[in-house]
Design a protein around this ligand. Structure first.
Ligand code: XMP
Length: 326
């Protein structure tokens, strides 16, 4: 029967056979999947591994700090933090199509990993060597939705599957590729990954970039980050973190609506709350959340984020909606 200990033993052996004594880089986001993938690879090949955290400017508030605190502190893994905010914003400028945005983000991630890999080699004084291997926390549902599963249609290109550039130089190490999220969580717990990480709600690699409907700009990111931080704070305060699978907050950046705040007319933007319940993200239902929590989130966002004058609730299941709006 399925058991996390067996998965770990099998994957450790596979990883060792695949990478030998080569150096490996791992994209670490601080989320469950990449953290568990990194912990598995660390178990297999120890300090041949360097993790790379990419600050692409599409993060929620506090995320960069959290990775260092929670993951590095508990595993002692070697971590490079790359500030790539300008690079991603520049690459995304002018783009509004969801698949285009996803592909751009997937490509820029790889460019950052390539640069980081060159640094790893240089720092180790191994001239003429390459880092051939890139670890990713790809799960089975990511593969299916990106059109990689048997007979599956391409629903959206997950940044680490369908969003990869054609000229990819790395060989991928993807120890979670056959697993569902609940299985990944079990493996993570068995490996001793901190519970704060194991039980984190999913957050997509492309981050807030696919939660701004329209062009991604620095100003819009600030607006969304502020609204999202309020929603997360109130959900946590209400004790709903474990009941809700995740709650994307989506900025309808190209939509404006009239409002009244204080004595005056406003012409601002709506944000959408998308609380969902799910087992594995393949299907989902909208969460029947307590009205008073919704009311508090709405009042706080419209009071505290001047650009937002309306908060709406998404009451669509998956299917027909997907969890993220793009
Ligand atoms: P959808 O929107 O397809 O999302 O219903 C299913 C789950 O996957 C997450 N998601 C992603 N995760 N890279 C990721 O790492 C991606 O490109 C990506 N797109 C969606 C989403 O948050 C949900 O948990």
């Amino acid at each position: 029967y399925w058991n996390p200990g067996n998965v770990i033993a099998e994957q450790v052996e596979r990883i060792r056979a695949q990478v030998g004594d080569a150096r490996v880089v791992c994209g670490l986001s601080g989320g469950v999947d990449s953290s568990v993938a990194a912990a598995l690879v660390q178990r297999a090949v120890g300090d041949q591994l360097t993790c790379v955290f990419v600050d692409h400017g599409l993060l929620r508030s506090g995320e960069a700090q959290q990775v260092e605190q929670d993951f590095v502190a508990s595993t002692g893994v070697r971590l490079k933090v790359v500030d790539a905010r300008e690079q991603f914003l520049h690459a995304l400028a002018g783009h509004t199509d969801p698949e285009t945005k996803r592909k751009i983000i997937g490509r820029e991630f790889i460019r950052v990993f390539e640069a980081a890999a060159r640094e790893v080699v240089a720092e180790a004084g191994e001239t003429g060597q390459d880092v051939r291997f890139l670890v990713q926390g790809t799960l089975y549902p990511d593969v299916v939705e990106s059109g990689g599963g048997e007979g599956a249609a391409n629903i959206k290109s997950h940044h680490n599957v369908g969003g990869l550039p054609d000229d990819l130089q790395f060989e991928l190490v993807e120890p979670l590729r056959t697993l569902f999220k609940d299985e990944v969580r079990a493996v993570g717990l068995e490996l001793g990954v901190p519970e704060a990480i194991v039980w984190r709600q999913p957050f997509p690699g492309p981050g807030l970039g696919i939660r701004i409907i329209g062009e991604v700009t620095a100003e819009r990111l600030d607006v969304l980050r502020a609204a999202d931080a309020i929603a997360r704070e109130e959900l946590t305060r209400a004790g709903l973190d474990r009941d809700i699978w995740q709650c994307p907050v989506v900025l309808l950046a190209d939509v404006r609506s009239v409002g009244v705040q204080g004595d005056g007319r406003t012409y601002g933007h709506p944000v959408v709350l998308r609380p969902v319940s799910s087992e594995d993200a393949m299907t989902a239902d909208w969460t029947r959340m307590p009205y008073d929590v919704l009311a508090t989130i709405s009042t706080r966002i419209t009071n505290e984020v001047p650009e937002v004058n309306r908060v709406v609730l998404d009451v669509t299941s998956k299917p027909p909606g997907t969890i993220e709006w793009e």
